[in-house]
Structures are given as structure tokens and as C-alpha cells.
Design a protein around this ligand. Structure first.
Ligand SMILES: [Zn+2]
Length: 166
């Protein structure tokens, strides 16, 4: 644990163990469905939606109710295994909190997240040491506005201006 590199994500086993302790500590039921959902979640290497998850589970002929699926996602977020990526749009994306291979660019208008790589940043983070603290992982989200939204807003502003000039 001590000499673990900062930018190394947790192993799948470690995550299952984390979920296990979380359920135990909170006195929540450790149902096979919840672990099966987690297994499918771990197969995603990048962000995914509940629809994506449902699709892969259906493909694997594993049937689970929509309610169970959503509730388990909430549990996984609470257990600090997953995090929600979007803000206020209907397509909520999820991702492992220890996804540290990318920088997240989050558009505050539409909630879309783009993943970008930056080797210099990764190398810098990996070399960082903190006093009296051992880091396990980090993640970086850059908040801003995507080009699609910037263009749309500009167009709306132009149209509003035109309307007032008439
Ligand atoms: Zn946007």
C-alpha cells in the first residue's frame, strides 16, 4: 500500500472488498444482484450510463429490475466506488472514482464529460508527496463550457440582439 503509485487504480478485488465492507458496516443486505451489478460496472473502463450498464447486463442474460439497478448505483456512489459525472442533464454518466488516467473536462451547461490525457500532469501527480499523508489516488475535473454549448449560447445572444434591434 505504501509504495503504491498514486496513479494506479484499485484492483477489481479491492473494489469488491470495499463494497463488501461498506454494505457490512451500514448493515445493508449483501445480495448476489448487487455484486453482479458491481461486476458489470467494473468491466467499464471509462464512463457509462445506466442504459449502457443495462445493455451489457441484458447481453449477459442477467435480468435485474430498473429499481434494483438504480438503487445499487446509489449505493456504489455512497460507497465511494463510483461517481456521477453530469450535472442536471437527463443522461447521467457514472465512472469509477479511481479513474485517474484522464483529466475530466466537464461542461457546466450540458453536463457532458470529455476525457483527455496529459502525460506531464500524470507524471507530476505521480511524483507529488504530501506531508503526513499517503495518497491512494486522485482525480481531476476541469469545469468549463464545451464548444457546442459555446456556439449555441453565442447564437442565442446574436438572435436576442437582433430581436432587440428590430
Ligand atoms: Zn456543453
Amino acid at each position: 500500500m505504501l509504495n503504491k503509485k498514486v496513479n494506479e487504480p484499485l484492483s477489481d478485488d479491492a473494489i469488491v472488498e470495499k463494497f463488501n465492507s461498506y454494505l457490512k458496516e451500514r448493515g445493508k443486505r449483501r445480495t448476489p444482484e448487487r455484486y453482479e451489478i458491481l461486476n458489470h460496472v467494473l468491466a467499464f473502463r471509462k464512463q457509462f450510463t445506466v442504459d449502457d450498464l443495462k445493455q451489457t447486463m441484458d447481453n449477459g442474460h442477467f435480468r435485474v429490475s430498473q429499481a434494483t439497478l438504480y438503487y445499487t448505483m446509489d449505493l456504489l456512489v455512497e460507497a465511494d466506488i463510483l461517481r456521477r459525472l453530469s450535472t442536471g442533464t437527463n443522461a447521467v454518466a457514472f465512472e469509477r472514482v479511481d479513474n485517474v488516467r484522464h483529466i475530466h473536462l466537464l461542461c457546466q451547461e450540458c453536463g457532458k464529460v470529455k476525457l483527455v490525457k496529459d502525460q506531464n500532469f500524470m507524471a507530476y501527480m505521480n511524483a507529488l508527496r504530501f506531508p503526513a499523508f499517503t495518497a491512494s489516488y486522485y482525480n481531476l475535473t476541469v469545469y468549463g463550457i464545451c464548444n457546442d454549448c459555446a456556439r449555441r449560447i453565442k447564437r442565442l445572444q446574436r438572435e436576442a440582439k437582433k430581436a432587440t434591434n428590430q
